[in-house]
Design a protein around this ligand. Structure first.
Ligand SMILES: [Zn+2]
Ligand SMILES: [Zn+2]
Length: 175
């Protein structure tokens, strides 16, 4: 059951934007926006892409920060940046939901508001579900939507590689 898109798809979008990395281009973000069905035919110019990369760098610490109070503080900082008057809307046949940015605001601002709203909702629902991959050398982040909410890695590949590395280390220790 999905009560609102923020703790779900908007938080996932935040993780995807962070994972796009420092070299993400206009095309990267246009593809992401399309994949999330956010504004399907939206254009992102080079300047906007750079701004989104900078925004991703501000979202990233929220995923990595282990101390909840600090996470809350980071998110409140972001909320203060994107602050706008929230309102409820219905569009494209979707159920009523909050918008945290005016629909005529520039795309970068809307994505900032949407990803921050997403992380804020996800954090309030269950702070343990926002995380970063536990494998050394992988810097991907995730929002854990699994039933038990105990995800520690970005993917099955990383989980397997971390287990193999663990196993080898233990064998070595045993000599
Ligand atoms: Zn909407
Ligand atoms: Zn990983």
């Amino acid at each position: 059951m999905q009560f609102n898109p923020y703790g779900g798809v908007a938080a996932q979008l935040a993780a995807t934007v962070v994972n796009a990395g420092p070299d993400a281009t206009s095309e990267t973000f246009e593809d992401i926006i399309k994949a999330y069905d956010y504004r399907p035919a939206c254009r992102v110019n080079a300047e906007e892409a750079r701004e989104l990369v900078r925004w991703a760098a501000r979202l990233r610490p929220v995923f990595h920060e282990p101390v909840l109070e600090e996470r809350v503080r980071l998110l409140n900082e972001l909320l203060a940046i994107v602050a706008a008057r929230p309102y409820i809307t219905q569009h494209d046949g979707r159920p009523p939901h909050f918008h945290y940015a005016a629909s005529d605001a520039p795309i970068v601002h809307r994505i900032k508001a949407y990803t921050t709203g997403g992380l804020a909702h996800a954090l309030c629902e269950d702070p343990r579900r926002i995380g970063a991959c536990g494998r050394a050398g992988c810097d991907l982040v995730f929002v854990d939507t699994s039933r038990n909410g105990r995800r520690r890695f970005c993917s099955t590949q990383c989980a397997n590689r971390a287990h193999v590395a663990d196993h080898r280390r233990r064998q070595k220790e045993r000599g």
